[in-house]
Design a protein around this ligand. Structure first.
Ligand SMILES: Cc1ncc(COP(=O)(O)O)c(C=O)c1O
Length: 394
């Protein structure tokens, strides 16, 4: 028996990235206490109102199929939220509910690109982008995000990467893994490129409420982009509910109709009790979101402060998001070896970033999803590890 070529295309390049994570989980099962800073899975509780609304919906027996594109009141609430935040008109017809931003990105790329096409993404990328683009048959074209530019894109190199086969420019701000937050001027310039070359602009805004250095600028707030801007987001990160698998795509009505046809084949809609459960957070920003933002901002400042003493490493305070991006290239170790030795010697698990793209080689992604005391202990151990490393004592 044979498999289709899809199986290789979706597996992407990031598969070995998670080996350290699984190794750390194995150690924990064996009883070895390990600080886990690998996955971006928020450690906070779900907001009480969301839990209560979800339970109430279940108790009311809301367990049937929901409309494929989402319950009407939920689509309207998302549209109003976007309009409130961006000042630009958004209607329920511009919205489709999807099982998390991840599924949203998958659906969008399936509808916009195919074999023979090119999708431009700045790298380092979030690990799944490779597989999402691969699944469509299109080719990912990378432009580098460099530490010298605080991991902000060089707009000229984006334009230079365009060929007759380019269909989409895909951006992510606040950015995983680097934490860079695009400013409005950069966003406008990328939008102008899309207009000039008749391209889609796909924007992954899953960390939209975790921007610290400057306010988040949404693709939906741009002028003249109604035909070609696609926004994907979710409540996974900013309400600490990734397991809810609740996200959305906002885009031109015709694209939403195409995604609806795709979801009809794929998932036949999202669970109604999940959609009803999150309604309060769509209608207004709940206090937990502000708390969560303050928490991650504080954790980022504190931990990057300690890690500045790590030998032969550099770390910048992130502009947004829930990760630190540690540049360990001067240690002489590749990121995989660094992460493995750190796990073995200091029982701290962080993610080697080589698979996120060539610009991420020699870097480590440190997730801030643990209480402050644990993060401080991890930072102390990383500093200790790098000291031993540079003294040649390893
Ligand atoms: C940049 C980025 N996009 C999308 C996702 C997926 O989010 P969701 O849980 O809403 O599917 C993640 C999750 O880590 C992410 O980091």
């Amino acid at each position: 028996v044979n498999f289709s070529s899809l199986v290789a295309r979706v597996s992407g390049g990031g598969s070995t990235t998670w080996d350290i994570h699984f190794e750390a989980l194995r150690r924990i099962r064996e009883g070895k206490v390990t600080i886990m800073l690998t996955v971006g899975d928020p450690d906070q509780l779900a907001p009480v109102r969301i839990v209560e609304e979800t339970v109430a919906a279940l108790r009311s027996n809301h367990k049937g199929y929901s409309p494929i594109a989402g319950i009407a009141s939920v689509r309207s609430a998302i549209a109003e939220r976007i309009e409130r935040r961006t000042g630009h008109s958004c209607r329920a017809e511009n919205i489709i509910v999807v099982p998390g931003a991840q599924a949203g990105l998958y659906c969008v790329v399936q509808c916009l690109a195919e074999s023979g096409d090119e999708v431009i993404v700045a790298e380092p990328i979030y690990a799944t982008y490779d597989g999402v683009i691969g699944a469509s048959g299109a080719v990912m074209i990378n432009v580098p995000l460099l530490p010298e530019r605080a991991y902000h894109p060089d707009i000229e190199s984006i334009e230079n990467a365009i060929t007759p086969r380019t269909r989409v420019i895909w951006i992510n701000s606040p950015h995983n893994p680097t934490g860079a937050v695009l400013d409005r001027d950069e966003l406008m310039k990328i939008a102008e490129i899309c207009e000039r070359h008749d391209l889609w602009l796909l924007s992954d805004e899953v960390y939209e409420d975790l921007a610290y250095a400057r306010p988040h600028s949404s693709v939906w707030s741009l002028p003249n982009m109604a035909e070609r801007a696609v926004l994907v987001s979710s409540l996974s990160k900013t309400y600490a509910i990734p397991g809810y698998r609740f996200g959305w795509v906002a885009g031109p009505e015709i694209l939403i109709k195409h995604i609806q046809s795709l979801l009809l084949c794929m998932s036949y809609g999202s669970p109604p009790f999940i959609q009803e459960g999150v309604l309060p957070a769509l209608r207004e920003d709940l206090p937990e979101m502000f708390e969560l933002r303050n928490t991650y901002r504080r954790r980022a400042t504190i931990m990057s402060g300690v890690l500045r003493s790590a030998h032969r490493c550099t770390v910048a305070e992130p502009e947004g998001g829930m990760f630190l991006f540690l540049d360990a290239r001067d240690t002489g170790l590749d990121s995989w070896t660094f992460a493995r030795m750190l796990l073995e010697q200091e029982s701290v698990a962080v993610l080697p970033s080589d698979a996120f793209g060539p610009s991420a080689s020699g870097h480590l992604r440190i997730s801030l999803t643990a209480p402050e005391s644990e993060l401080l202990e991890a930072a102390r151990r990383i500093v200790q590890f790098t000291r031993r490393l540079s003294a040649g004592g390893l």
